[in-house]
Design a protein around this ligand. Structure first.
Ligand code: C5P
Length: 226
């Protein structure tokens, strides 16, 4: 039998990446960061100077892209992301990419291409996938669906601390909060496959929880169920 899929959806800055990666490692599942795929597509389009407002040009360009994940030797490290053979692991986290990704991710043709690739990766189960539409569209059959969230204040604070630690002291907390709110809004209000919790998802509000506690709870839920 196929190992059941773990689907983790949530807004920007809720801690999805760390939580999903660690849970995947503990449960022996393949980690799939679907946000990285939308970021990779956006980076490629911006680098190729494709007009992001032209859905036909965008779709044509994306259909020719090959996105790959390369696991790192050290467990717990995020996999490297490649597009058409080029390592863009760092580049896709740039503020310019973050600022434009929702516009690209709103386009149905882009979503259809990337969702198909995601479903292919999960066709034999055994995947822990994180994103915005995993429980609703990509893997509606997932064995366990988590909706991971936190207040926008808390999420902005975490991002700010992360950026400080990386030596980016220039961004204000207020600006981060505004950016996060704007991206949440765009993702929730797009016409096609909007970001929303699956009806059968278990919601975890992480404001008062440590990352370790969240990971432990998700592992527990998965093991209790399977
Ligand atoms: O999770 P992350 O912040 O990297 O996602 C970047 C963007 O990609 C989101 O703001 C959203 O616009 C898009 N996305 C999506 N569907 C997913 C994952 C990400 O639309 N499953």
């Amino acid at each position: 039998a196929c190992p059941p899929i773990l689907a983790i959806d949530g807004p920007a800055g809720a801690g999805k990446s760390t939580v999903t990666r660690q849970a995947a490692a503990a449960l022996g599942l393949l980690y799939l960061d679907t946000g990285a795929m939308y970021r990779a597509a956006t980076w490629w389009l911006m680098t190729a100077k494709v007009n992001l407002g032209d859905p036909i040009a965008v779709a044509e360009t994306i259909s020719q892209c090959r996105i790959e994940f390369v696991p790192q030797s050290q467990p717990g490290l995020a996999p490297k992301v490649f597009i058409n053979g080029q390592d863009i692991t760092q580049a896709i986290r740039a503020p310019a990419v973050t600022a434009h990704v929702s516009q690209v991710a709103a386009q149905p043709a882009v979503r259809k291409i990337l969702v198909k690739q995601q479903q292919l990766l999960g066709q034999n189960g055994g995947v822990a996938a994180e994103g915005r539409d995993i429980g609703t569209h990509v893997f509606p059959q997932a064995g366990l669906k988590i909706f991971l969230t936190a207040s926008v204040e808390e999420r902005a604070k975490r991002r700010w601390q992360e950026l400080q630690a990386q030596g980016n002291p220039d961004i204000s907390l207020a600006q981060l909060q505004a950016d996060i709110s704007q991206r949440d809004y765009a993702d929730q209000h797009r016409a096609y496959a909007p970001f929303r919790p699956a009806p059968d998802a278990i919601e975890i509000v992480t404001d008062q929880l440590s990352i370790e506690a969240v990971i432990a709870e998700i592992i527990r839920l998965y093991q209790v169920r399977f």
